[in-house]
Write a protein of this length. Structure first.
Length: 274
């Protein structure tokens, strides 16, 4: 059971909604040489990103892209650039504001899509009559991007996502991971000696630690809670518990590698790996 380890009287439920458009997907795969590279800096504007280690010597980006049910898949851009010992990778949707919009209708009859030419031309009464009750609507380009990044161990990772979530699965790398609007989930490996920083601005951060791992901890949130089922040694003098600021300084298993976690507007979950 996860227990709140600050004093705020708040009960929160995390609900994760996944929207999947299964039409018109493009499979992508890109391999990038890492000769002389010591750090990977990535910026992913759209889509969900999963990070994994593998035994190869290249960086591999693979996944699926669907933009407007396949109509605008060519708007997806994946660019890389090497400067010195740093590889930069940038994924975006070009001319996003110029893409066609769709009306997505969820009702008791299922999910339907309707391409929108002008929002002023929508006949809402006709739409309600056609699609029935229990409706919810969303409008905009339909974007589903799911990328997996395979990276060798030990390379430093500095990765940001904007409109998607991120997951790191047992990566033995120094990691500085940030997600702006999506959540961040991290499953740490059994042997982890690298420095790590994990942050989400508007969603939660969930980190699973091996039972015997040692860390020097800094956990911060402004508008959320910190939950843990681990036996933390908290520095009460250095920690802060205010209405709009919660900072927990402490150690796990007598300390070890630095582990910093921040969720500005949501919650932090620090749990034992099972």
């Amino acid at each position: 059971m996860l227990v709140s380890i600050n004093m705020r009287q708040t009960i929160c439920l995390v609900l994760v909604f996944a929207t999947t458009y299964t039409f018109g997907q493009n499979n992508i795969e890109k391999k990038i040489t890492l000769t002389g590279i010591e750090k990977i800096v990535g910026n992913f504007q759209w889509g969900d990103v999963t990070l994994k280690n593998y035994e190869g010597s290249e960086l591999i980006v693979e996944g699926d892209v669907s933009i407007n049910l396949g109509e605008n898949n060519d708007a997806f851009s994946l660019e890389t650039k090497a400067e010195g010992n740093v590889l930069e990778i940038h994924a975006s949707v070009e001319d996003f504001k110029s893409l066609p919009s769709y009306l997505v209708i969820d009702s008791d009859r299922g999910r339907s899509y309707r391409k929108i030419e002008k929002t002023d031309d929508l006949d809402w009464k006709k739409i309600r009559d056609e699609f029935g009750s229990g409706q919810s609507y969303s409008m905009g380009p339909l974007i589903e991007i799911s990328l997996t990044i395979l990276v060798p161990k030990k390379l430093a990772l500095v990765i940001e996502t904007e409109y998607g979530s991120m997951e790191a699965i047992e990566c033995q790398n120094p990691m500085d991971l940030k997600s702006k609007y999506g959540h961040l989930m991290v499953n740490l490996p059994a042997r982890m000696e690298e420095d790590c920083q994990f942050e989400s601005t508007y969603s939660f951060v969930d980190v699973s630690c091996p039972p015997n791992a040692g860390y020097n901890l800094l956990l911060e949130t402004n508008y959320g809670q910190v939950y843990s089922n681990l036996d933390l040694n908290i520095d009460k003098k250095g920690s802060v518990d205010k209405i709009f600021e919660s900072k927990i300084i402490g150690t796990l298993n007598n300390g070890g590698s630095p582990l910093q976690i921040k969720a500005t507007y949501s919650d932090i979950y620090l749990r034992m790996k099972t």
